[in-house]
Ligand binder design. Structure first.
Ligand SMILES: Cc1cc2nc3c(=O)[nH]c(=O)nc-3n(C[C@H](O)[C@H](O)[C@H](O)COP(=O)(O)OP(=O)(O)OC[C@H]3O[C@@H](n4cnc5c(N)ncnc54)[C@H](O)[C@@H]3O)c2cc1C
Length: 586
């Protein structure tokens, strides 16, 4: 993380260029935060990961008890102010840039994803409230949410409405005092009820009585578990409760709640009928956060697979015994085990660099004072967010499965933790908008919808890098294949934009492969940036850290980037074979 922040991106220079960030962070503060985040993640959160999975949350008459140790761990998070790390300092947040917060998130999510969802959702709710709430709501709720004394939940999904939120049925009726009565059922609400915080602040999507049909008729309401008195003390319990907990495949330590709202008192956040738009402001942060969950799980898998591959002895190396004094060689000698570990390392380290790259654009979009610089960054964020969410979670799961495979049969057994990582990581492809929907967002709204204008921002960024580094000897072997991959992406982008003009299925047929192609190319760009930062130090470094980066980059360019060729070929085949079958033929 230090390498990515300081050497690949020179984050301290970025922070210094953004006055509102520079007020709060300097390299020493950032380093101290990373150090402390590491201690809490490894010392407090990771040890609870397996117990949390085995115990799960318990429901009893509407009350939810979190797994043993979670309450105390949550208290540690509160005491450290971690919920408000990236929060608005006007209301008690710490004002840290996303480039730094992203690293904390990866550590926390890698250590214990089920637990990490609570601070993550609280931070997301704070972001939406800070961006859209009235001053009164912000003053009343944000300080206790940033401190974590109160937690946050996001209530969008209903039994019949997940992707298509335009058809939600939850209703909000206005009261004379300016509040609303919210009635309806929400499902799958993460940490919607629990015993770790004193109050739980729900941001609920609902429809006003005369709301237009569809997505343009959705409003957002703040609905607290306990009503808050004017002096800030807690009042009576609001009229909603947790009806049950879902039994699920992974993240079992977290509560996934059915929430029944029965005329619960709520307050409008933002404008009437603009709730979905308000939710989307915070989506760019949340979606990157989910991508980071993928990387966190993958990093955890890589760490234990690497150790296992050094330790486990089976068979001899194809070139002859490497450790003749032992009954067999460590499995690390086998090319296929190396293929798995190198693929994992490529995706984890390239993925971390990519999530930091996207976080950098988020920081510029939020904090830059120059309009043009901000607008440019907003475009980058819009384009890259669905890639970060879907590509990093798809590769995150692939990585966890490979980690499991490195362990052979032991990967399937509970003891080593690999099977839990596979189960936990799986949800990241589904929630916060399925990866299929992310791909449609990228291809449909961001690429075709802007006739390639947003795409051009990314292509230009890579082109600038290629030009600036054309004389760099270390980079020479990487620049040509990177340029070829971007050209391939350019061609496919143009091809789909054209096809979409007269074929309504063209976008949906291309989208998932296109996102993959985009992600692989973007990671190629990241690995070139890594080479640039690592190469000058590789000769003098005896730890293997820098030379390992260069060799992994070589592997990425030899073995993973070429996957773009087959993806491009598949996309060019169009939608015919996908749409040919009748329902009966399925
Ligand atoms: C453990 C867990 C935690 C969750 N936490 C929360 C939470 O805290 N708050 C909350 O509000 N929700 C939460 N969710 C809900 C989650 O966000 C939804 O499950 C998800 O958005 C998908 O909605 P759905 O399940 O209704 O699937 P559907 O929308 O029914 O989708 C089914 C399939 O159809 C595809 N599909 C749908 N529409 C289209 C289309 N137009 N084009 C192409 N393909 C399409 C989807 O990609 C998917 O593959 C959680 C879910 C789980 C399982």
């Amino acid at each position: 993380m230090r390498f990515v922040l300081n050497e690949v991106f020179d984050a301290p220079a970025l922070w210094a260029s953004l006055p509102k960030v520079a007020e709060h962070v300097d390299p020493e503060t950032a380093d101290a935060i990373l150090e402390e985040a590491g201690k809490i993640s490894s010392g407090v959160l990771a040890p609870l990961n397996r117990e949390g999975d085995e115990q799960g949350c318990k429901w009893n008459d509407g009350e939810v008890t979190s797994p043993e140790g979670f309450k105390e761990a949550y208290q540690t998070i509160v005491e450290g102010g971690w919920n408000g790390l990236g929060g608005n300092p006007d209301f008690g947040g710490m004002g840290m840039p996303k480039t730094l917060v992203a690293q904390f998130e990866e550590m926390m999510q890698g250590a214990n994803m089920a637990f990490g969802l609570a601070p993550m959702l609280t931070a997301g709710a704070c972001l939406a409230l800070d961006a859209h709430g009235s001053d009164e709501l912000k003053e009343k709720y944000l300080p206790n949410m940033y401190s974590g004394v109160w937690s946050g939940a996001m209530d969008l999904t209903e039994p019949h409405a997940g992707t298509d939120l335009g058809i939600i049925r939850t209703k909000a009726e206005p009261n004379d005092d300016g509040s609303f009565n919210v009635t309806g059922t929400k499902i799958f609400i993460t940490w919607g009820e629990h015993d770790m915080a004193e109050n739980i602040i729900h941001l609920v999507l609902a429809k006003l009585p005369d709301a237009p049909k569809g997505p343009k008729g959705i409003s957002m309401f703040l609905v607290p578990k306990f009503l808050v008195n004017d002096d800030g003390s807690l009042g009576e319990r609001n009229s909603f409760s947790c009806g049950s907990l879902e039994k699920k495949m992974g993240i079992k330590g977290s509560a996934t709640c059915v929430m029944n709202f029965d005329g619960a008192k709520g307050w409008l956040v933002g404008e009437e009928n603009k709730g979905l738009a308000a939710m989307f402001t915070m989506m760019n942060y949340e979606r990157l956060g989910v991508g980071i969950q993928g990387i966190g799980a993958a990093e955890a898998s890589l760490q234990s697979a690497r150790e296992y591959a050094l330790d486990r002895i089976q068979s001899r190396a194809p070139t002859g015994a490497q450790q003749p004094e032992k009954a067999a060689d460590p499995i690390l000698v086998h090319p296929d085990v190396r293929r798995m570990l190198l693929t994992m390392k490529s995706y984890v380290e390239g993925g971390r660099t990519f999530s930091t790259y996207v976080a950098q654009w988020l920081d510029i979009a939020k904090f830059a004072e120059d309009d043009e610089r901000r607008k440019h960054a907003e475009g980058m964020v819009a384009l890259l967010t669905p890639v970060a969410k879907a590509f990093l979670t798809d590769r995150g799961l692939d990585t966890c499965i490979m980690g499991q495979q490195v362990f052979g049969g032991h990967g399937f057994i509970r003891e080593w933790g690999q099977e839990q990582l596979v189960r936990d990581c799986r949800i990241t492809q589904i929630y916060e908008g399925t990866n299929g929907i992310q791909a449609l967002d990228l291809m449909g709204r961001k690429v075709v919808g802007t006739q390639g204008k947003l795409y051009e921002l990314f292509a230009q960024d890579v082109a600038n890098f290629l030009e600036e580094n054309s004389g760099n000897d270390h980079l020479r072997p990487f620049l040509e294949p990177l340029a070829a991959a971007v050209e391939r992406l350019d061609d496919v982008t143009e091809h789909v934009i054209k096809q979409a003009g007269d074929n309504p299925n063209a976008i949906g047929a291309a989208s998932v492969d296109y996102l993959d192609l985009f992600g692989l190319t973007a990671l190629g760009y990241m690995w070139a940036k890594i080479v640039k930062a690592a190469a000058p130090q590789a000769d003098s470094d005896t730890s293997g850290f820098y030379s390992g980066k260069l060799k992994t980059a070589r592997f990425y360019f030899d073995r993973l980037l070429p996957k773009t060729v087959s993806l491009a070929e598949g996309i060019r085949s169009g939608s015919d074979s996908m749409m040919a079958l009748t329902a009966e033929e399925f």
